[in-house]
Design a protein around this ligand. Structure first.
Ligand SMILES: Cc1cc2nc3c(=O)[nH]c(=O)nc-3n(C[C@H](O)[C@H](O)[C@H](O)COP(=O)(O)OP(=O)(O)OC[C@H]3O[C@@H](n4cnc5c(N)ncnc54)[C@H](O)[C@@H]3O)c2cc1C
Length: 491
C-alpha cells in the first residue's frame, strides 16, 4: 500500500531536465526530436542506470532497441530491499512483522551526490522528498578509540590536517601513487579516518586506491558536492518509474556469455546457448565482469581497452544493515568515519524515521573480502565488537533480535546483508582507479570498437562521476550519442 502510494507520487516523463549531449537535447516525452533512420537493431547488455538510459534515448529516437539483463530484476546496483527472497545470501529474521525500518533500505546506492548531478536532477524534477545530510547530520570520527564530532576535534592538529587533505583531494597534482603513499606524510593516528573517508568511500582501501585519477575525477565534477538521501522512495522505484516506458524492452534472466562482433550481424550467445543477432551492441556490464572474462569477445577486445582495465579495480563490497532498540551513537549522527572493521557506518534513518535506529554499514576492498569469507555471523560479531568497544557494550545490548519464541531463529540478530562480491552478475561493488590509471584509461574503456561494439557503465564516465549513479547515467547518454553518430555516419 505504502509502495503503491510512493509509485503514484513519481509518475514520470522522459528525459526531463537531464544534462544531455548536444545531439540528444530534443529528447522529451511529447517531442522526441527527429527520428534516426536505421533498419538495424541495437542490443544493450545490462539493465542498470546506464543501460536503461541508453535504451530510453535510442528508443525515443525511433531506433529498434532491446536490453538483455542477466539477473531477475532491473536497476543493477540500484537495488532496494523489499523482501528477503530477493537476496539469497541474506536473512531477515523478523519477516513476520517486516519491521526492520520504516524508510527505504538500500542494498546498493543510497546517497545522491549533488542535487544538480544527472541522478540528482531526475530526483529534483520529480519533487520527491529528500533529506539533506549536510543539514540534518553531524558526522563523527573515531580517533584514539573515542568518537567525536569535528567541532570537538578542532584542537587536534592531526585531525585538522587529515580533513585538509580530504578537502584538497581535487587539487592534488603530485606523483601518481597509491593513497597510502600519498598520506604517508600525515600522522598515523588518522590513517583509519582517511581510509574511511577516501579508500573505502571510493570502493576499496587506501592501500589500493590511486590518488591521481581520483583527484582528477573529483576536479572534473561540475555539480556541487552536497549529499542527500531519499525520504520515502526506494531508489530502485525512482529509476524504474523514470524508465517505465522502456521496461517492456528488457528481458531478464538473459546472461550474455559471448559476443562475436566480427560477424555481420553481430552474434550474442547467452548462457542457455540461445543466440541473439544485433547490428550494434552496447555493453554496460560492470568492469569486474569484463576483467574476469565473464563475456568473451571475438575478435578479442583491443589492447588499449584491456590495458585500461588492468589499471582499474573493482573490489569486494558488503552492505550490512543492523537495527537497534536505542540510538546510542547520537541522534544527530550521520556518518561515523574511522572504523577498522567497518570503515563506513551510516545512521541511515537520519531525517527519515523517528522510530527506528538503524545503521547501514558499507565495507569495500580487502576487509570486505575477509569478512565475506567469514560469513554473516562472524562478520556481525566483529562489527558489534568494534561498536561495543566504542560505546561501552551498548551495541550487543541494544541490537535487535528475533523475539518470536516459536521461530527456530528465536533470539538471533535481525539483519540484512547484501554481499555484492558473491553476486555473479556484479562480482564486486564499484570501480576505482589504481595508482597508474589516467583519464585516458576511462576514455579507452568507453571507446567504440569497429563502430559496432560500444561501452557504457559507471567506470567509463569522464565527467568526474565514475563509481556513482550519475556517472552511469551520463555514460548512457554519451554512448547513445556515439551509436546515433555511427548510424548517421558522423565521426
Ligand atoms: C554497495 C554500493 C553502494 C553504492 N553507493 C552509491 C551511492 O551512495 N551513490 C551513488 O551514486 N552510487 C553508489 N554506488 C554505485 C552505483 O550504484 C553504480 O555506480 C551504478 O548503479 C552503476 O550503474 P551501471 O549501469 O553502470 O551498472 P550496473 O548497475 O551494475 O548495471 C549493469 C547490469 O549488467 C548486468 N549484467 C552483468 N553481467 C551481465 C551479462 N553477462 N549479461 C547480461 N547482463 C549482465 C547486471 O546484472 C546489471 O544489472 C554504490 C554501489 C554499491 C554496490
Amino acid at each position: 500500500m505504502k509502495r503503491r502510494k510512493a509509485l503514484q507520487q513519481i509518475s514520470l516523463g522522459l528525459s526531463a531536465g537531464l544534462m544531455m549531449p548536444q545531439l540528444l537535447t530534443a529528447c522529451k516525452k511529447d517531442d522526441p526530436g527527429p527520428e534516426v533512420p536505421f533498419d538495424g537493431n541495437v542490443v544493450i547488455i545490462g539493465a542498470g542506470a546506464a543501460g536503461l538510459f541508453a535504451a530510453d534515448i535510442l528508443h525515443t529516437k525511433g531506433i529498434k532497441v532491446s536490453v538483455l539483463e542477466a539477473s531477475n530484476q532491473l536497476g543493477g546496483r540500484i537495488q532496494s530491499f523489499r523482501n528477503s527472497n530477493e537476496i539469497s545470501d541474506s536473512l531477515l529474521f523478523d519477516m513476520k512483522n517486516r519491521t526492520i525500518a520504516d524508510f527505504p533500505v538500500e542494498l546498493g546506492a543510497e546517497i545522491v551526490f549533488g542535487p544538480d548531478s544527472s541522478w540528482g536532477k531526475i530526483i529534483s524534477n520529480l519533487n520527491l522528498s529528500t533529506v539533506s545530510l549536510e543539514t540534518v547530520a553531524t558526522n563523527r570520527f573515531i580517533l584514539d578509540q573515542s568518537v567525536k564530532t569535528a567541532v570537538e576535534l578542532q584542537g587536534d592538529s592531526d585531525f585538522l590536517q587529515s580533513q585538509t587533505f580530504v578537502n584538497e583531494l581535487p587539487n592534488y597534482s603530485s606523483a601518481a601513487v597509491s593513497m597510502k603513499q600519498a598520506i604517508s606524510g600525515l600522522s598515523r593516528r588518522t590513517d583509519a579516518i582517511l581510509n574511511s573517508q577516501i579508500g573505502n568511500y571510493y570502493g576499496t582501501s587506501n592501500d589500493t586506491l590511486g590518488i591521481s585519477l581520483l583527484s582528477q575525477d573529483l576536479k572534473a565534477r561540475t555539480h556541487d558536492g552536497k549529499v542527500f538521501s531519499m525520504k520515502a522512495n526506494p531508489m530502485q522505484d525512482i529509476l524504474l518509474s523514470r524508465f517505465s516506458e522502456i521496461q517492456s524492452l528488457v528481458e531478464t534472466g538473459k546472461q550474455v556469455k559471448s559476443i562475436n562482433y566480427g560477424s555481420d550481424p553481430i552474434v550474442i550467445t547467452l548462457k542457455d546457448g540461445s543466440q541473439v543477432e544485433a547490428d550494434k551492441v552496447i555493453s554496460t556490464v560492470p568492469i569486474s565482469i569484463l576483467k574476469g572474462g565473464g563475456i568473451s569477445f571475438s575478435p578479442a577486445l583491443p589492447g588499449e581497452m584491456t590495458s585500461a582495465l588492468s589499471r582499474m579495480g573493482m573490489d569486494a563490497t558488503v552492505r550490512l544493515v543492523l537495527d537497534f532498540k536505542k540510538n546510542f551513537w547520537g541522534e544527530d549522527s550521520g556518518f561515523i568515519w574511522g572504523g577498522t572493521t567497518a570503515p563506513h557506518y551510516f545512521s541511515t534513518g537520519i531525517g527519515r524515521s523517528e522510530f527506528y535506529r538503524t545503521i547501514s554499514i558499507t565495507i569495500n576492498g580487502a576487509k570486505a573480502a575477509e569478512l565475506s569469507a567469514k560469513g554473516p555471523d562472524l562478520m556481525i560479531a566483529e562489527i558489534l565488537a568494534e561498536l561495543d568497544a566504542l560505546y561501552a557494550g551498548q551495541a550487543t545490548l541494544f541490537v535487535r533480535r528475533n523475539l518470536d519464541t516459536t521461530d527456530p531463529n528465536f533470539d538471533k540478530i535481525i539483519y540484512i546483508l547484501k554481499d555484492w562480491s558473491k553476486d555473479e552478475h556484479f562480482k564486486g561493488g564499484y570501480s576505482y582507479p589504481l595508482a597508474s590509471a589516467t583519464t585516458n584509461d576511462r576514455i579507452a574503456l568507453g571507446k567504440p570498437v569497429s563502430n559496432k561494439l560500444f561501452f557504457a557503465g559507471e567506470a567509463t564516465d569522464v565527467g568526474g562521476d565514475a563509481g556513482t549513479v550519475s556517472g552511469a547515467l551520463s555514460s548512457g547518454a554519451r554512448v547513445s550519442e556515439e551509436v546515433i553518430k555511427s548510424i548517421l555516419g558522423i565521426s
